[in-house]
Design a protein around this ligand. Structure first.
Ligand code: NDP
Ligand code: 2IT
Length: 448
């Protein structure tokens, strides 16, 4: 699919010119603009006020130096970013990613996606994202703490409970959020809900840890059920072995599926008996070891080097939960050939545009990231509500709200896909449904 509407085409050409060195950002923008053609054609007033030109330009990009001292006394310098993309429907909200591949283009693609994802949750949160090229792997707790303190020393000037509320993403979990919260509180002398994904003893929400993975399965389950299918008795392949992958495995298993594979950036494990999740949690959440170690204690499990081979394992349902562009055209074809009939994206933009085309042209049910993985940020917004109320809901209360939100998101995607004549195209459905609320708000605010 290519953009054919002349207004959208001219906006995208300008985006390409201005952001030529940010391929991931261009990929994310192109997919959304393609989907918006029927909406923009129905609303000529958007062009009159330059709405799409404004939508693709971040409200603010903050780029800063993060100096810190390692355990050998050597000074290290990383780059810090926060992209405050769109605040039309609420304070900026979105995670922080610490990974060596982070640069402005990655944070902008994630921040742009976050606008529509956050809108789909139905909660009052705008779109933002941040991070650093810092690599937490192999660092001591003390080094991670010093890095987080330095990062927050600058970031604290730009965020706040009613301004911008960061959370976790790749490389940022409970440990990092704790260090950043401690430093924010110390610098600002404020105990507020300025970060989400906090520990349960200092304002965190029950079920936030589980939320993205559980939410992915609630969304996928709703998509399966609407098409006369379910998780029961199905074989599932999940990539990654971090926060999202672990809790997707837990929920898919609870819904009656057998998860047979997980991975990390070095390789993947295949356990035909079904993944022993207690072992994975111990290895990944407690010991911070590689997924390879799983095979040492599970003689029936195979370990293979490399990431993409995981998509050659025969499965009914695939849930990519590692990183962007991890499923290319070839991997998508292998999945289809082996009988995979549904894909739910836990990671952000894990399928390349060519892979998405393969799924859609072969009738694979396809749940796009900004809808399917919205459970994490939705539960972050529930954490913000609880912080404002100075109150905590039970695990069951939060989980029930999460399930409701995810089923509601599937409904919105389904309805929007039908309204614009593309029934079953949940990519278009998610982009359009997410866009509508943001566009209405931007229209109401005037040219800002
Ligand atoms: P974690 O850091 O907990 O885990 C990331 C997992 O993905 C690890 O197994 C990691 O392997 C693997 N991975 C990361 N980068 C690569 C890479 N370049 N190639 C291959 N594997 C890689 O992060 P999360 O589980 O939180 O995030 C996973 C995905 O889900 C990301 O796309 C994130 O944006 C998305 N997401 C996360 C949400 C959340 O609430 N945490 C919410 C919505 C989406 P290794 O350890 O070897 O690096
Ligand atoms: O991509 C995402 O939605 C996240 N990393 C979660 C963001 C959040 O604010 O909880």
């Amino acid at each position: 699919m290519a953009i054919s509407n002349s207004y959208l085409k001219s906006v995208f050409e300008q985006v390409q010119k201005r952001n030529a060195n940010e391929p991931e950002f261009l990929q994310a923008v192109e997919e959304v603009l393609e989907s918006l053609e029927p909406v923009v054609e129905a609303h000529p007033e958007y062009e009159e006020v330059g709405l799409i030109e404004r939508l693709v330009e971040p409200e603010r990009v903050i780029y800063f130096r993060v100096p810190w001292v390692d355990d050998n006394g050597k000074t290290q310098v990383n780059r810090g970013f926060r992209v405050q993309f769109n605040s039309a429907i609420g304070p900026y909200k979105g995670g922080l990613r610490f990974h060596p591949s982070v640069y402005q283009g990655i944070i902008k693609f994630l921040g742009f996606e976050q606008i529509f994802k956050n809108s789909l949750t139905g909660l009052p949160i705008g779109g933002g994202k941040g991070g650093s090229d810092f690599d937490p792997k192999g660092k001591s707790d003390a080094e991670v703490m010093r890095f987080c303190q330095s990062f927050m020393t600058e970031l604290c000037k730009h965020i706040g409970a009613d301004t911008d509320v960061p959370a976790g993403d790749i490389g940022v979990g409970g440990r990092e959020i704790g260090y950043m919260f401690g430093q924010y509180k110390r610098l600002r002398n404020e105990f507020t809900g300025v970060l989400t994904g906090k520990g349960l003893t200092y304002g965190g929400s029950l079920a936030r840890t589980e939320a993205t993975g559980y939410g992915l399965c609630y969304y996928t389950d709703a998509m399966l059920k609407a098409n006369g299918k379910s998780f029961e008795g199905k074989t599932v392949v999940i990539s990654g072995s971090g926060n999202v992958a672990i809790y997707a495995t837990e929920k898919a298993t609870a819904l009656g599926a057998k998860v047979v594979a997980l991975s990390d950036s070095n390789g993947y494990i295949y356990d035909k008996n079904g993944i022993d999740l207690d072992c994975v949690k111990q290895l990944k959440e407690v010991e911070r070891k590689r997924i390879k170690e799983y095979a040492a204690t599970h003689p029936d499990a195979e370990y293979h080097e490399g990431c993409s081979g995981i998509w050659t394992i025969p499965c009914d349902i695939a849930l990519p939960c590692a990183t962007q562009n991890e499923i290319n055209e070839e991997s998508a074809k292998a999945l289809v050939k082996n009988g995979c009939f549904a894909v739910g994206e836990g990671a952000n933009m894990p399928s390349t545009p060519e892979a998405v085309a393969v799924f859609q042209s072969n009738g694979v049910l396809f749940g796009p990231a900004k809808a399917a993985n919205a459970g994490g940020v939705a539960t972050s917004a529930l954490e913000m509500s609880q912080n404002s109320m100075r109150y905590s809901w039970t695990f069951e209360e939060v989980d029930a709200k999460l399930k409701d939100i995810m089923e509601g998101i599937f409904e919105k995607c389904d309805t929007a896909s039908k309204k614009y004549g593309h029934e079953g195209n949940y990519v278009m459905g998610a982009n359009i449904a997410g866009f509508e609320k943001v566009a209405d708000s931007m229209m109401a605010h005037g040219i800002v």
